[in-house]
Design a protein around this ligand. Structure first.
Ligand SMILES: Cc1cc2nc3c(=O)[nH]c(=O)nc-3n(C[C@H](O)[C@H](O)[C@H](O)COP(=O)(O)OP(=O)(O)OC[C@H]3O[C@@H](n4cnc5c(N)ncnc54)[C@H](O)[C@@H]3O)c2cc1C
Length: 459
């Protein structure tokens, strides 16, 4: 469907500082995210202010046209993929860091600020914003809030949800809702703010975000440990925590992942090992040295074949580059991937890892496994070719089996990427039906015309 010229004209009248895009070559860029799903929107609007955002929502409601909020388009659940005949509302022009208050340890940002930009800005002032999705160079803070993003450092410091203290949200009605305050404590509002964190653009458009910051730890160390048995690597995770260390990050890459990344980066990764752990610790210099030594000892005792602390920041950066290249490297092996995002209790990690390996063998698919193992958040990526119908039937079978295995173990089908379009059909199996009914009532209350990101999460 092509957007009516009356709608486009009205949008153009309302959006003076921002942009309204309608040419096919512009629209196509806003039609996909990090999944294989895509659909070209009818019109893209890039508002330059909260007032312009409000105008978009007001006009969309009047015309009953769906609005798809979009940040960096790095989502892995199809959340920002347009619905039929929709307006994509892109936050790219609202990318200003409004304020960094050093004394109160607060940053106020517009939704389109890129995560890495905020990190760099606060670090220059000796401060620290922990949530660090591996997509930090592309993902926006608005998108991070909407998906409740996590990242490697969330093991020690918590995820986006733990840092948002105030939000401005434009509702489907066009009204602007202010939630929270500049205090680091939650206000007396039923914790409504948290209802919007992780709401994936279905309840409101995040228009401004206030996050709390921390003082930046002065030192950081990285240890790489390889294991000939994946089970030993999984158990070493528990042993590190039992030793009284909460690492800044505790990441795992299995052998299939190591081989994919090595063929992409040629970084000299240990491709014969069944698993590699990447462990970061932080604090002051003395405590970092102590933690690095203790992590090394625990890993050796736990059966690690190689334990190598990074000698320099460059060596550490190289190891982290390998971890952050996992997704890109899979493209060299197969053209498509279904990236899963299950999370299980820590004690269930070894059996979950074995379950994924069994599913890979049974379905004849390549399923590299990596993730924030310290949190129990694992990313089995099912590599495939969308053009191969037989293979895609096996992909569906494998995805379902992985979700079922996670739920059986007391886990969830999404640790951090959200539900979007890709996982919505699995939601009923993973939530109490009463919880789904309450979610539907909240959606109905806040968006009675169903114009905000329709079809996502609840279907
Ligand atoms: C290589 C790679 C690595 C990744 N690693 C991680 C990781 O470690 N941890 C993690 O959590 N995620 C990760 N992701 C997933 C993704 O980056 C996150 O979900 C991120 O938070 C999405 O941000 P975005 O700005 O790109 O949002 P988009 O993809 O544009 O949108 C995602 C969802 O948020 C909604 N949305 C976006 N902006 C707004 C807004 N202002 N108001 C309301 N709704 C909005 C959209 O409608 C959509 O539902 C990774 C993705 C890739 C491609």
């Amino acid at each position: 469907m092509v957007a009516s010229s009356a709608l486009v004209q009205e949008l153009r009248r309302a959006i003076r500082l921002g942009k309204v895009l309608t040419s096919p070559e512009e629209l196509i860029v806003y039609g996909y995210d990090g999944t294989w799903l895509e659909r070209t929107p009818d019109v893209v609007v890039c508002p330059a202010s909260v007032a312009e955002m409000t105008a978009v929502l007001t006009i969309a409601r009047q015309y009953r046209v769906p609005v798809i909020p979009r940040g960096g388009g790095s989502g892995l659940a199809g959340g920002s993929v347009p619905a039929e005949g929709s307006i994509v509302l892109s936050t790219t022009l609202m990318d200003e860091i409004v304020e960094i208050d050093r004394e109160s340890l607060i940053a106020v940002v517009q939704p389109g600020v890129i995560n890495a930009t905020l990190q760099a800005a606060v670090e220059r002032l000796g401060l620290f914003y922990p949530p660090d999705p591996a997509s930090l160079n592309q993902a926006t803070i608005g998108g991070n809030v909407a998906t409740s993003a996590s990242g490697p450092r969330c093991l020690k410091y918590g995820g986006t949800k733990d840092y948002v203290i105030s939000l401005q949200v434009v509702l489907a009605s066009g009204e602007v809702l202010h939630l929270g305050s500049r205090s680091h404590q939650p206000g007396p509002d039923y914790h409504l703010l948290q209802t919007f964190v992780g709401s994936e653009g279905t309840l409101g458009v995040i228009a401004e975000v206030t996050v709390r910051l921390l003082p930046r730890p002065s030192a950081r160390g990285t240890v790489m440990a390889t294991f000939d048995r994946l089970d030993d690597a999984s158990r070493a995770v528990g042993a590190i925590l039992d030793a009284g260390i909460v690492p800044l990050a505790l990441e795992m890459m299995d052998r299939v992942t190591l081989r994919c990344v090595e063929s992409y980066l040629r970084a000299g990764l240990p491709i014969e090992s069944e698993a590699m752990l990447l462990i970061d610790v932080d604090g002051d210099a003395a405590s970092v040295a102590e933690q690095v030594a203790l992590v090394g000892r625990v890993c050796r005792l736990g059966g690690a074949s190689i334990v190598r602390p990074a000698e320099t920041p460059e060596e550490s950066a190289q190891l982290w580059r390998a971890r952050r290249s996992t997704s890109s490297s899979f493209g060299r092996i197969r053209p498509n991937k279904l990236g899963e995002d299950i999370s299980v209790p820590r004690g269930a990690i070894p059996s979950m890892v074995r379950a994924v390996q069994d599913i890979a063998q049974r379905t004849g698919l390549l399923i590299p496994l990596f993730g924030h193992i310290g949190d129990g958040n694992l990313h089995p990526n099912i590599l495939c070719d969308l053009r191969d119908k037989d293979e895609m039937a096996r992909v569906a079978e494998a995805a379902q089996a992985i979700f079922a295995a996670a739920i059986e173990r007391g886990g969830t089908i999404s640790g951090e990427h959200g539900i979007g379009l890709l996982k919505r059909d699995f939601l009923p199996a993973s939530l109490d039906p009463q919880a789904i009914r309450v979610m539907q009532r909240i959606k109905q209350q806040l968006d009675p015309c169903g114009i905000l990101n329709p079809g996502k999460v609840l279907g």
